[in-house]
Ligand binder design. Structure first.
Ligand code: FUB
Length: 352
């Protein structure tokens, strides 16, 4: 090949490489995602569709900050690739913007794998992202539940402690699947636990550790019948609602049940299942969180489920549907949909 043509080819090659790098860089910054409306074309823009954004994601944590809804899910790629969190924000539950890598394992010195089940709290102008890491199977391993902090809900989040907040098994609970509950008196509690045991502990005000209850105990087991993992708590009309996931997370029967008590430490007696598969829609519906829009008392359940007939364990997608209470305060069974929820600008929303 003559020298001139070779250098022209080399130049074209370099420009193509530059173009590809530019495209990849553009995709890495926050960008609005097209709404994934699975209903009719008329739904576009009016309903969220389910899943609400593309990609394999699970264990969604919902919150409302700065006039936006936020969802922080587990990145549900293959096990060894679950090493960062993306976040998603929306002004109306329909249009979602992806915020890539809000927390990455490379910024948590003790974390190596299995970054799971984010839980977020805003306090004192900062945002605290609780996470599980390393999927530990005994106290001999390093890992458990950690906490990272940022000045913005979109991160970047950085490890607060340089070590796990809860790094050992208590009452048989694997230290994963945390959620944080703020009671009306301003006390913060962490609920967590895999391997069919649920614990509650009181958090220090600065989230650097846990403080003992009045009776001197630090971790209280609150495991209800049927419990597997993914506990979360909210308060409504003076009652404490504990919700959790049951069944195997890799299978179709994964589901959510709940109990009601007069105190955050229970006792919690299982009332029933409120979220489960609908063979006509999807399977494995579980590991959820809630959004409460105080202005019109609307409740949303944000959860993951798996596409029909897909048996790959990590193929989980994030969905939103409405949740309703009956006149006695019991939660009605959720109807899971492909249409999702109607657009609801944030207004006076507040996540429990
Ligand atoms: O996503 C990883 C694990 O799967 C979570 O910790 C469990 O709750 C289950 O959803």
């Amino acid at each position: 090949m003559p020298m001139m043509r070779r250098s022209l080819f080399a130049l074209a090659g370099r420009w193509s490489l530059a173009l590809v790098l530019l495209i990849v860089a553009c995709q890495a910054v926050s960008k609005p995602l097209a709404a994934h409306v699975a209903g009719s074309a008329a739904d576009a823009g009016a309903y969220s569709g389910n899943p609400v954004f593309p990609g394999w994601y699970a264990d969604p944590e919902a919150a409302v900050f700065d006039g936006q809804y936020w969802i922080y899910p587990t990145y549900s790629a293959a096990y060894e690739k679950q090493v960062f969190f993306d976040a998603f924000s929306s002004p109306d539950l329909v249009t979602w913007t992806k915020h890539p890598h809000v927390l990455d394992i490379k910024h948590v010195s003790w974390a190596k794998k299995a970054l799971w089940a984010p839980a977020i709290v805003a306090k004192g102008g900062r945002y605290y992202l609780f996470f599980s890491a390393n999927d530990i199977h005994s106290d001999k391993e390093v890992g458990g539940i950690g906490v990272a902090v940022s000045d913005k809900p979109a991160g970047p989040f950085r490890d607060l402690l340089g070590k796990p907040l809860i790094g050992a098994f208590h009452h048989g609970a694997q230290p994963i699947d945390q959620s944080v509950f703020r009671d009306d008196d301003g006390k913060y509690y962490i609920l967590y636990g895999g391997w069919k045991h649920a614990n509650i502990a009181r958090l220090k005000d600065d989230f650097t550790g846990v403080v003992p209850f009045d009776d001197g105990s630090t971790f209280k087991e609150i495991t209800p019948e049927g419990y597997v993992e993914g506990p979360m708590m909210f308060r409504r009309n003076g009652k404490y609602y504990l919700m959790w996931s049951e069944g195997g997370w890799t299978g179709p029967d994964y589901s959510v049940a709940y109990a009601i008590a007069d105190t955050p430490t229970g006792p919690f007696k299982r009332i029933g299942t409120i979220l489960q598969q609908d063979p006509k829609i999807a399977t494995g519906a579980g590991h959820h969180s809630l959004i409460h829009v105080a202005g019109d008392d609307a409740w949303y359940i944000v959860y993951h489920r798996r596409p029909h007939g897909d048996t790959e364990a990590n193929h989980r997608v994030v969905c939103i549907d409405r949740m309703y209470f009956d006149e006695h305060g019991f939660i009605k069974p959720v109807v899971i949909t492909t249409r999702g929820v109607a657009a609801h600008p944030v207004g006076h929303a507040g996540a429990p």
